[in-house]
Ligand binder design. Sequence first.
Ligand code: ADP
Length: 713
Amino acid sequence: MALAHLQYPLQTPKNSSTSSRQQQTKKQLLQPMLEKAGDAIAVLDPSGTLLEVNAAACHLFGRSRRTLVGKPLATFIKPVLDITFDVNQVSLNGQITIICPKGIERHVEYTLTHNVYPQVHLAIFRDLTQRQAQAEEELRWQRQRVELFSEVTLKIRQSLQLKEILRATVTEVQRILRADRVLIYQVLADGTGKPISESVLPAYPAILGMEFPEEVFPKDYQTLYAQGRVRAIADVHSPNAGLADCLVEFVEQFDIQSKLIVPILQNLNPPSPSPENSQNQLWGLLIAHQCSGPRTWADFELELMQQLADQISIAIAQAQLLETLEERVAARTAQLQKMNHNLQQEINDRMQAEAALRQSEEQLRLITNALPVLIAYVDHQQKYRFNNKAYEDWLNQRPADIQGSHLQSVWGEACYRRMQPSVEAALDGAVVTYENEVMVHDGSTRSVNVTYIPHLDEQQTVQGFFALTSDISDRKAIERMKDEFIAVVSHELRTPLTSMHSALKILATGRLGTLSVDGQQMLEIADDNTERLVRLVNNVLDLQRIESGEVTMDKQAHNAADLMIQAMEAMQPMAGQQGVTISAYPKDILVWADADYIVQTLTNLLSNAIKFSLTDGVVTLTIEVRPTPEDKTKKEVLFQVCDQGQGIPADRLENIFQRFYQVDSSDSRKKGGTGLGLAICRKIIEQHEGTIWAESTLGAGSIFSFTLPTLKR
Ligand code: ADP
């Protein structure tokens, strides 16, 4: 039987007035209940005619009550799977499709209760279309959520720009949640804060960049959020929201009706396996606002916001890491740039210094090459490190061949043996000047004057020495010629001088007639000067003979005491005349010497000592054996003549051993000297392989010393 054959159940029964009243009362009670019910309810008679519908049913069917009541239900439905709807037979539950105006179809589920009254059935409809739409909507939301989530995650992964990530997040969240405003609020250290990213519908005020005082966001709120609390306020005006009046006023400024707040936390600890130990800091909040009206926030919306907040905190951590890295990279880059700059500067300085050095070296080379002397630098291994062009001219060797070569290989063994003591002395730190004979490339020999000047480093260690070698061959030749000339002249002078001296002596005796007092005086002057001239000529000849090697020392073992006494006795008359005392301390020491020449040396020294002493002065003559200064294991004999005379200036102590050198040029006249005595003494002592020198204190006296080797057995 078709549904349309249902009979109307709530019609007034005809049999009893009591039951009619009762039914009337029931109807009055049921009617409002039916009306208020949320579900669509229809009352049907057994033929399926709609006897009554409530408001929800009218809404579901899309038609007025008047249109529906009295009409068979079949008019408004489509059979499902060709099953004819028989109100008396159909199952208690099922699904049908309702045809609404404008061809709209609604898929509904029904529940049929038979005979709620006799011959009256009750049908309850639930709109499946809406539920399906809701389910679909739900699904779509979920998909969008997943999409958004993966999109934002991707952006976070792809971009390290925090600002960009935050902007993308608020835009997407606003779009997906269809919220009126979504923002990210950063909490600052002092409790204040400000929205740093916002997406808001144009109808509502923007709050981006505004700074909010701490009162708006009190500390205890911050503490709760730091613990991960999420807050969803459906209606800010509702007493359930628990917002203080001032806060409600505050949110009203921005048209906020409803809000959802999730914290963005930062983990302060390094990653730990136990999350309960981790300590979180509230970085900020992800906030969604509804301004159009109250809004109940769905669980998945909360969840989505939380997940995004987590992603944001990852992005913040990454951005901070990047910032730190960038800072470090920037600092390191700046450091490297500075180092690079300094290095470049250093290179430039060095290049300039090298160029200056090259230039000064070039100048030095030009200067040294222009000089007619040999200039060189010899290192501590006695190897040439620098030499000027003169070496090339002398030795016919290129400077490059000489550089790095040992002295011995450059000059040959014999020459090197002569220079070796001076080289060693220079490497010991002494300035050395000596004369040498060197053979040059054409086989000729040249006399040279050599000076070595030690080169000391900052620690005063000798690194090498500078060697200056000048050719004195010409000077030597002239000197030789001069000596020879003097010798010849002296020799030629000696014979006539001797006879003149003898003649004057005879005249002085008066045997050939008496002279006037003036004549006698003139004669004495002539005698004195002739005597001096004879002495001079003798000295010149002596010196020349010794220097030329004409004289060979006749060395024998002698008792030094004998030689000292002999010299002292010879000088006694002169000392007596001058009122000077000679104190000699002879010792029996054997010396290997030419007795005459050593006595001559001692006599010369004693004569000078007496000459330059004051009356009543004492001249002492001593002798001792002492270790040699160079080698303490060897011995030598030291003779010393000491006086208390005028003394000699320190800078003349070496000069006085040169020929014709006198400290005071009037000495030759006043003291009758020739300036040759000490030069002869030095030659004699050198011939004995000894040394002679003078020490003096001006005004206090002088000491003349010479050494002789001890007797050779
Ligand atoms: P001289 O014949 O002039 O003495 P010497 O060669 O013996 O020549 O001495 C050279 C010079 O040395 C002297 O003229 C004198 O100026 C100085 N001299 C030498 N001995 C002494 C001395 N004992 N005291 C001071 N001056 C001296």
